[in-house]
Each structure stands twice: as C-alpha cells, then as structure tokens.
Design a protein around this ligand. Structure first.
Ligand code: FAD
Length: 303
C-alpha cells in the first residue's frame, strides 16, 4: 500500500499541468504548514522564529524542472534577492538551490553563470550555497558541475542520496566537502538506486560514518529518530566534535524533535521552502509518509 501511495504522489509531483496551475492557487491542501510563505517577505516571521529558537536555516525558493530561459532568469533573480533579504534582516541562513531551476535543462552555460553569480554574492555576505540533488537524470551532470565550481569556490555544499548505489564511492570522492546526506526523494530505477527501505537506511548510515571519519563536515538530513540516535552514538564513540556535524529537518516536520536536538546541544538547521511553486515539493512529502495524506486532507478542509 505504501509503495502504491508513494508512486501515485511521485507521479502527481511531476504532472506539468498541475504544477503550473498550483502556482495560481496559493498555498492549498495544507501546504501552508510546510511552506513558510508565498513570498520571501511573508516568510520573515517564521525565519526569525526559527533563529530565535536556536535553529539555523537553509532557505529554498521553490521550483524545479524549468525549461524556459525567462523562467530560469526569474528564478536566479529571486535567489539573488533572497540572499540580499537574508543579509538585510540578519538571518542565520544559507541558500539551497536546484540546478534545473537555474536553467540546467535550458542551457548549461546559463545555469553556470547563475550559480557562479550566486556563489559570488554569497561569498560577499559570508554565507554559502548548497546544491540540492535532484532526479538521477541530473546526477552525473550535477557532480561534474560541482567539480568545476569547487575549483573557484569553497562556500559550496552538495547533497548525496543514500538510495544511489554509488553513494559511498561518491562520498569518498567528495572528501573535504560539506555534504548533506538524505535518503532520496525521487522515483528511480533499480539499476541506479536501492529499492529496499532498510537497505537505504543502512547505506545512509555507512555514508555518514565514511564522511565523518574523513573529517569532513556532515549534515544529516532526516526525520528518522532511529538513524539520528545511531549517528549520535557513532559521533560520541569516535570522538567526532559537534562542530563537525549538524542535523537537518524540513520546516513543519517533527518540530518537537527539532527543538529537543537544539536543547541537547546539537547544531541544527531547518530547511525552509517558500514561493508559489510549492506543488511538486508538497507532493513528494505526501509520497514519503502516508500520514501526511491525512494531514493534507485536514488542510484541504480548513483552507
Ligand atoms: P523516512 O524514511 O521518511 O522516515 C523514517 C521514520 O522516521 C519513519 O518510519 C517514522 O518512524 C519517522 N518519521 C519520519 N517522519 C516523521 C514525522 N513527520 N513524524 C513522526 N515520525 C516521522 N531529497 C533529495 O532527493 N534531494 C535533496 O536535495 C533533499 N534535501 C533534503 C533536505 C532536508 C533538510 C531533508 C530533511 C530532506 C531532504 N530530502 C532531499 C528528502 C529526503 O531524501 C527524504 O525523502 C525525506 O527526508 C524522507 O526521509 P527521512 O530520512 O526523513 O525518513
């Protein structure tokens, strides 16, 4: 049943017509619980509250799979404005970006021009840009572009997905980089991605341990309390300093666990999405957890 549910919502997440129409709907179906606002200005209060509670932030201007140059330029400008906004309002935050949103499928050169300009501005502001990992069709290209960018910038981070077979190898290759480890949110073929949930969990832990032992900064992005406990124990037993890792969760999920981690003295960052293009992101969250469906239906009735 869970697999059917997952496939259904992942299918919906990629529906172009629904993605397009949802931009006109405003935050519906309960999306306002997991998306901070339609604009960066709307998001200011939640951002300030997160910082006040001891949580750092990574901000994501929602949107992906952009195929028009104009749209990619617009997305780039919004991300530049977001950097200015963070600086002006003194928010402890960096940006997470998706390369397809900055024009990867339109023109690789345009996308690189955008990401380089963002990295320059972020450097001026003493912050960083983290590149989200998208579907496998963009995996190798994303890592190749990262290699190019790393030559010129050190304020850059990347995401590795634990369902990808080559995860440990890629972790070792990226020794020294800031990496966010996630399980993986897309529907991928068994030829490239592990399908068994338990095996994905084990693989994620192995990748995290590898990166920590490589003395590289590690972000553990998960809502999975069992995995979090295993990481805490490993860090303690292996003398990994707390400044060398952080936990991350999505905005609106497991707020109590987020606050407890802060209280226990761990570095913690909340991933905060905002913007009109909320639909694909929201559908992937529904795909991950059947309980989120009930949450969405309650939202549908209340909004
Ligand atoms: P799951 O496997 O979904 O959950 C494991 C267990 O944790 C559950 O069985 C349950 O016991 C418990 N649990 C989980 N959620 C809840 C809840 N809400 N309430 C109570 N218990 C719960 N994916 C990408 O592909 N690319 C990215 O760039 C990317 N960036 C991300 C950034 C962040 C900060 C986070 C948190 C996730 C990101 N993801 C990304 C999504 C990720 O790949 C997973 O799809 C998503 O996090 C769900 O997996 P999980 O690790 O949270 O645990």
């Amino acid at each position: 049943m869970h697999k059917l549910n997952r496939d259904f919502f992942l299918y919906l997440s990629k529906n172009k017509l629904l993605n397009k129409n949802a931009k006109r709907w405003g935050l519906k179906l309960g999306a306002s619980k997991v998306v901070a606002g339609l604009t960066i200005e709307d998001s200011l209060q939640p951002l300030q509250e997160l910082n006040e509670s001891g949580r750092m932030i990574t901000l994501d201007h929602l949107g992906e799979f952009v195929y028009e140059e104009e749209e990619a330029i617009e997305a780039f400008q919004s991300s530049m404005e977001a950097l200015d906004f963070i600086k002006e309002n003194d928010i402890d935050c960096y940006l997470s970006v998706k390369l397809t949103k900055l024009g990867l499928d339109v023109d690789e050169g345009l996308c690189m021009k955008h990401i380089r300009a963002l990295l320059e501005r972020a450097k001026q502001y003493d912050t960083m840009i983290n590149i989200d990992m998208e579907d496998y069709a963009h995996y190798d290209q994303t890592l190749d572009l990262l290699d190019e960018l790393r030559k010129d910038y050190d304020n850059i981070g990347i995401v590795l997905q634990a369902y990808i077979h080559s995860g440990v190898e890629d972790t070792n290759r990226l020794k020294g980089m800031k990496i966010r480890f996630v399980k993986g949110a897309y529907k991928e073929d068994a030829s490239v991605a592990i399908q068994d949930k338990k095996k994905i969990d084990e693989h994620m832990l192995e990748m995290i341990k590898t990166h920590m032992l490589n003395e590289s900064y590690t972000a553990i992005a998960t809502h999975d309390h069992e995995l979090i406990e295993k990481v805490k124990t490993f860090a303690l037993e292996n003398g990994i300093p707390r400044e060398m890792f952080e936990f991350q969760m999505l905005y609106g999920f497991r707020n109590d666990v987020q606050l407890q981690l802060v209280k226990d003295g761990y570095r913690f960052r909340t991933y905060v999405p905002y913007g009109k293009d909320w639909y694909g992101y929201f559908m992937r969250r529904l795909a991950e957890r059947p309980q989120n469906v009930a949450f969405a239906f309650r939202g549908m009735l209340s909004k």
